[in-house]
Design a binder for this molecule. Structure first.
Ligand code: C5P
Length: 238
């Protein structure tokens, strides 16, 4: 097994939530030097495909490709190999795909990436789901128990960490130990509007609670001056 890939010193990954490649590239240029990397998700990928990802990779900024794979093990393995080949630094899968799928994802990253393999991260319970939603799909509530169960399962099957809300950092850290990577969205500097994020934490507090990566979108990309906003966050974390 290869060593866990190193994350950038700066924990901020900017969410490039747009289908517009030119706008994403402008954001990359603005934040370069102030952040650790960028995140692109299904919206960007569906609009721009692998070529769009390569274009972002070519900027030199580490990229978290947030595509949340969830399929049979063989298919997920193929998808992880494909995105590892694009140069993604972080990829993710749904933990609820189960043990064999998690093993397949981890092994595929290992084979595809060699020493530079991407970090393979799990999504536990989508934060858009509450206890009632969990029961509706036949899963045991409360959500926090399911989150910790899936995080521990992911760790046991060789995944590098999970995406979690600021509120979940403590319980997951307690269950999964100090080396398990915690990637945390729902971050708002105290000078930014919260928008639709409800349970929010400042960058500093999330980092102090034990987050390894802070995913921050609109406080930077929606700012009048994205470079200044990214620089301000970076300074607050220093
Ligand atoms: O603009 P904002 O900072 O809210 O963006 C946060 C990013 O993190 C978005 O790309 C969003 O989809 C993602 N995300 C989230 N909450 C989760 C998982 C991912 O906000 N539980």
């Amino acid at each position: 097994m290869t060593d866990t890939p190193k994350l950038p010193d700066n924990p901020v990954f900017v969410a490039l939530d747009t289908p517009d490649l030119d706008l994403a590239l402008r954001w990359c240029e603005a934040v370069r030097g102030h952040v650790g990397g960028v995140k692109t998700g299904l919206e960007f990928f569906s609009a721009n495909g692998a070529d769009g990802v390569r274009t972002i990779v070519d900027t030199g900024l580490p990229i978290f490709l947030d595509l949340k794979f969830h399929d049979i093990p063989n298919t997920v393995a193929g998808a992880v190999r494909a995105v590892a080949g694009l140069g993604a630094a972080i990829v993710n899968v749904h933990a609820s795909g189960g043990p064999a799928m998690l093993d397949a994802a981890r092994n595929a990253a290992e084979q595809a990436g060699g020493p530079a393999r991407p970090l393979v991260i799990a999504v536990t319970v989508l934060t858009s789901m509450d206890d009632g939603d969990l029961r509706a799909v036949g899963q045991a509530a409360p959500a926090e128990e399911q989150v910790v169960r899936l995080a521990a399962l992911s760790r046991d099957h060789g995944l590098d960490g999970v995406v979690c809300s600021p509120a979940e950092i403590g319980p997951i850290r307690a269950a999964c130990g100090p080396d398990f990577k915690l990637i945390v969205p729902g971050i708002r500097p105290d000078w930014a509007v919260s928008g639709d994020q409800k349970r929010i934490t400042t960058p500093r507090e999330a980092r102090d609670r034990g987050a390894d990566v802070l995913v921050i979108g609109r406080p930077i990309t929606g700012a009048d001056d994205p470079a200044a906003a990214a620089a301000r966050i970076s300074k607050e974390l220093a």
